[in-house]
Each structure stands twice: as C-alpha cells, then as structure tokens.
Ligand binder design. Structure first.
Ligand code: GLC
Length: 455
C-alpha cells in the first residue's frame, strides 16, 4: 500500500520537469518556430510567428502627447502618455474599466462601442476631448498585420468571443465605433500586441531589450528577428534588416506536440474552455487557468482521501472558484517565518471556499499543489524564452516582462532566472515592465509619427 505522501507525489509528479524534459520542450518549440517562419510550412505550424510592422525601437528623439488603449485581459485601459525627448521613461495617466463578460462574449459592435464609450469618459475626465491625438492600440490577440495600422483578428483567445470580429480589421472597427459617437476624434496610427508593447517600453531603459514576454491572463512572447529569417514577411525588404515577430506561442501543442506532458487536469480545463483544442501551451501556463488547475488537483486528492478528510465543499466543486491570485498568496506565506494560525492565508482561503474542516497539514498539501502547478508554469515559460534566446545567438539580451502571474507570484522570476541559466549560455536579464503594454503602444506610435515627420 502506498503511503499518503507517495500518493500525493504520484499525482504531482507529472507537473515536475527535469532538465532533460525542459531541453526537450525547448527543442520542440524551436522546431515549431522554424516551421512558422518558413512560407511553405507556415500554414501547418501551430506557432504562427506573426510578423508585426514594428522594425525600429525608440531612439530617444520622440516626443509629444499620445493616447493608448490596452485591450486583452479582464480590464480595458485608456492611457494618456506624454513622451519627452531623451527621457528614460514616460509620464502617463490612465483609467481601467472592467469588461463585463456579456461584452466579451456579445457582438463586436457592442465591444467596440464599449471601448469608445470608455475613451470618451476618459478624455472628458482629463479635459482633452477636443484635442486630436495620435493613438496606439494594444490589442492582445493573434492578428495578421498588413501594416502598422491594419490588423485582422485571426481568432479570439482568453475568454473573448465577441461575434463578427474574427477576420476583420480591428483598427477599422475601432475607427467606426469612434465615428458612430462623433463626440471626439483620434488618429489611430499603430496596433500592437502586448508582448511588443512590453518589449518597446523596456527598450527605453535597456537597448538590449529584444524580447517581450507576458505571463498574465494569457501567455505569449515576441522578439526581434532578422528579416532574412522571416520568409513569411510580406512588407518591404531592406534596412532595417529586422522585424519584431509576435510568436503567439500560446497555441503551441495544438497539434499534439505536448500531449505526453499534459495531465488529466490540463485535459479537463481544455474540455470546459470556450476554445477547446486551442492554446494548449497557454492553458498549462497562464493566470486564466492556474487557479483552476490547482482546484482540479485538490478535488482529485480529496476523492483519494488525501486532503480535507475526503470531504469537499460546494465551492471546491465549482469551476473557477480557486482564483489564481490565491496561488501567489499561498506560496508567499512561509510558516517558518510566521507562527501558524490566524495569519495563515491558506487557512483563510480554504475557509472562504467552505472548507472549514481543513487542517494545518491540509494547508501544507495545498501549498505543495500550488508550488507544483506554478513551478511547472515557470519552467515551461523558461524553456520557451530559452528557445528564443538560443535562436538569437547573442551574448546578452534583456527580456521585458509583464503580466499578473509574473508580477505577483513570489518566486516566478527567481525560478525563471535559474532555469534559463541552465538552458542557455547567454546573459539574460529579466526586466519587469510597469504598464508596459500601454506605454509601448504609445512609443510605437511616437516612432511612427517621428518617421512620418509628424512630431
Ligand atoms: C493570448 C493572446 C496573445 C497575447 C497573450 C498575452 O495568448 O493570443 O496575443 O499576447 O494572450 O496577453
């Protein structure tokens, strides 16, 4: 008979990767990247390696007032960004608006009307409704770009499903919604992915920042690639001989490439998602799914009488109740530093989930589950970043990073630093980007205005 510890270990083992497994994942992703970049193989590639039209980073001479929109998670943000020549950072003011699920999953027109409505409120508040500003739109979904200000949505991800947007140019939809209102005007200059915005924002402070990473509601990365390697590039060739590639790595695994690594809990998450069979790598990593993974593992452990004395609660049995932020809160707490008892956030969280009968030992097990799930996420992300770093072949590179999981998890950065160090020979610096995705959209816009002689 296996002991309780052995049974727990058996359940968590598939979440734990050794170095060989990580090298293997790195290799598989590298293959997919090559497949995505080549014209002939791109149609069958899961990782689409989308060429953006961002080819230059800020040179410090940009200046002016810009608007930025940031759509891609559970909040929508509007920002006013002031850029001064030579500054290492920008000044900004912004407001956040929750996106109700009914808007995320309603009609496209409703979604874009809601966006325009929030913009009007914001401009009114900051007293700039009369000023026509250039605007950068961070739209964090996979898009086929045909220019800096033209991007058609390939498919929705992360819980969005607004009808009539897939296949359409989101810049046109935005312009139409603003026109429908008619009470303010802007000049939509650029549309960028959040990974690209993050990379650009960090690029102001570190010119070696050539990779952007998001570990938040979703997960994705972008990097600066040599144009010669991008067969799928349809724009002009020539200087600068480079372009930022939005990998859309969340889709990795859609062809079964990660099937041997997926646990029954990963499969269950996918079964109940609104994009079944899609975004497999993302579902193993990002914040939209991390808490739910923990809940499913705990449910299985309860069934096997390994936690909570075998007694569940209605909440524990309900999808989505175990929030991802709990994972960070639980792992943050070290019982060695603080006396066990009232201060233990795990106990509080379990109580709030109706598990009043949880014991201190249960708290430890819950923490172990959180650690297994979040460490796997950090390992998968590190294998991904290492695949990019090794492909770039540089001696030093900085990675601009944003997203709630990376930002709030107590050990994510440390885990990533250690893992990347093992998987590459490059000096890799991880830079947290505050407000990167919105700021970056404004910077891309500013560069475009500078190049067009508008600022
Ligand atoms: C999803 C989107 C991607 C975005 C990422 C992080 O994977 O498809 O475009 O960058 O989430 O927000």
């Amino acid at each position: 008979m296996a002991s309780k510890e052995e049974k727990i270990d058996l359940i968590l083992r598939p979440f734990r990767y050794d170095n060989d497994t990580l090298q293997d994942i790195l290799g598989r992703l590298h293959k997919e990247m090559e497949k995505g970049l080549k014209k002939e193989t791109n149609p069958d590639a899961t990782v689409k390696m989308l060429a953006t039209y961002v080819r230059a980073v800020p040179d410090g001479t940009e200046s002016g007032d810009f608007l930025a929109l940031d759509l891609g998670g559970s909040n929508f943000r509007v920002l006013h960004v002031h850029i001064e020549k030579g500054a290492k950072d920008v000044r900004l003011q912004s407001d956040s608006y929750a996106i109700p699920e009914s808007i995320m999953t309603g009609s496209g027109e409703q979604l874009f009307d809601y966006i325009a409505d929030c913009m009007a409120k914001f401009l009114e508040k900051i007293g700039m409704k009369e000023k026509k500003m250039a605007l950068g739109f961070t739209f964090s979904f996979p898009c086929k770009q045909r220019g800096l200000d033209c991007a058609s949505l390939i498919k929705w991800t992360k819980g969005f499903s607004a009808a009539g947007v897939e296949g359409e140019d989101v810049v046109r939809l935005l312009r139409d919604a603003i026109k429908r209102r008619g009470d303010f005007d802007t000049d939509v200059v650029a549309v960028v992915n959040d990974t690209v915005g993050t990379m650009m924002a960090c690029g102001l402070a570190d010119h070696d920042c050539l990779i952007g990473l998001i570990v938040g509601t979703g997960s994705n990365a972008c990097y600066m690639e040599k144009l010669d390697n991008v067969e799928i590039w349809e724009g002009e060739r020539g200087e600068p001989n480079q372009v930022v590639v939005n990998m859309e790595w969340g889709a990795f695994g859609e062809d079964g490439a990660l099937d041997d690594l997926r646990t029954p809990y990963d499969r269950e998450i996918d079964e109940h998602s609104i994009n079944r069979g899609q975004q497999i790598y993302e579902k193993m990593i990002s914040g939209m799914y991390m808490g739910e993974l923990v809940r499913l593992v705990l449910l299985e452990m309860t069934k096997q009488m390994l936690v909570f004395g075998g007694r569940t609660s209605t909440d524990l049995e309900t999808r989505g109740t175990f929030q991802t932020k709990y994972v960070s809160e639980i792992e943050e707490y070290t019982s060695l530093r603080e006396p066990i008892g009232d201060k233990n956030p795990t106990m509080k969280i379990l109580h709030s989930l109706g598990l009043k009968h949880a014991t201190e030992t249960d708290c430890e097990t819950v923490k172990e589950v959180c650690r297994a799930v979040s460490t796997r996420a950090a390992h998968l992300v590190s294998a991904g970043i290492s695949a990019i770093v090794n492909k770039m072949g540089r001696e030093r590179v900085a990675v601009g990073v944003d997203g709630s999981v990376y930002k709030y998890h107590p050990h994510f950065k440390e885990l990533m630093t250690q893992t990347i160090d093992k998987l590459t020979h490059c000096d890799v610096k991880l830079m947290l980007s505050e407000d990167g995705s919105g700021k970056g959209a404004a910077l891309v816009t500013a560069v475009a205005c500078r190049l067009a002689g508008k600022s």
